[in-house]
Design a protein around this ligand. Structure first.
Ligand code: RIB
Length: 298
């Protein structure tokens, strides 16, 4: 394996329509936005960009629509040096997300999956060699759960590692036994895990379950016990994509063979930086920025 680890990301690509609001609207209310932007997003692609900017060699597998947005998105992947021959163009529209961000930087997201839901386990078979040759496959739940499960099985069969960030949470998908080496959940998702992180870890034979908790210390639950790693203190302006940044940077560090605590330290730093700018991919830091904040924190 090369010294630059190869990561396959099987996941979603969306165009994000973000509306800045003074507060979230009530049901039935119409609210004027303070501003609006359009940008590239999707949990899968955000994680791919995070791993690539931090220094990984990334292969993206997913679906774009046969539309202007899809063509623009492919050019974007090229610009990020993300290998995208596993991203298929489908006769439908590119996925879209409708996001509101309030003054505290909190958000709500509604997704129209579009082409993301056209990805099938059969299509994945054509990308089998990409997955088999990668150190880590990074997965989320914005694509059909059957595809996520198939990608995990393929990865394990090749003796490679699976990192799953089960977001957005889908109880049915998590009821199935998707093979996982490291599961990354937020606090709310952790509450849904049967038996909690400890129960999931031992039932699934995971190496670790990592629980991100915003500004509070990230929990690492592994077979050897549990520990916490505090993130750097920042004043967030927009948390969209921060969880994706964590997952992408963690997967890269894990693929490099970095220990769990140091991998979480790096991912915490990257996620904190990602909250300092507006937008999902616009805010994702590069490797040198992550190193700079880590050396400042000591
Ligand atoms: O996690 C943030 C992402 O969720 C956004 O980029 C949006 O596309 C949705 O997938």
């Amino acid at each position: 394996m090369s010294s630059v680890p190869v990561i396959s990301v099987v996941g979603s690509l969306n165009v994000d329509h973000t509306f800045r609001v003074s507060r979230f609207p009530e049901p039935g209310e119409t609210l004027a936005a303070l501003g609006a932007e359009m940008s590239f997003g999707g949990k899968g692609a955000n994680q791919a960009v995070a791993a690539a900017r931090a220094g990984g060699k990334v292969r993206m597998i997913g679906c774009l629509g046969n539309d202007e947005r899809g063509r623009e998105y492919r050019a974007r992947l090229e610009a990020e040096e993300i290998e995208n021959s596993g991203v298929l163009t489908i006769e439908t529209s590119t996925g879209a997300a409708f996001i509101t961000v309030d003054r505290k930087g909190e958000n709500t997201i509604v997704v129209d999956p579009g082409a993301n839901h056209a990805l099938t386990p059969k299509m994945l078979e054509d990308s089998a060699s990409r997955i088999e040759e990668s150190a880590v496959t990074l997965l989320q739940l914005e694509c059909p759960p059957a595809v996520v499960a198939a990608a995990a099985v393929l990865t394990r069969a090749a003796g490679r590692k699976v990192v799953l960030n089960p977001s957005p949470w889908q109880p049915e998908a998590m009821a199935g036994d998707i093979p996982v080496d490291v599961l990354i959940v937020n606090e709310r998702e952790a509450e849904f895990l049967p038996g909690g992180p400890e129960g999931f870890c031992s039932r699934m034979g995971c190496e670790a379950v990592i629980v991100t908790r915003g500004a509070s210390p990230t929990r690492i639950v592994s077979r050897g016990g549990s520990s916490e790693v505090a993130p750097p203190k920042v004043s967030p302006v927009d948390t969209v994509g921060a969880g994706d940044t964590f997952a992408g940077v963690f997967a890269l560090a894990y693929a490099r063979g970095t220990g769990l605590r140091d991998a979480v330290r790096m991912a915490n730093a990257a996620a904190a930086l990602a909250t300092l700018k507006r937008g999902a991919q616009e805010a994702i830091p590069r490797g040198r920025e992550i190193e700079a904040i880590l050396s400042r924190e000591g």
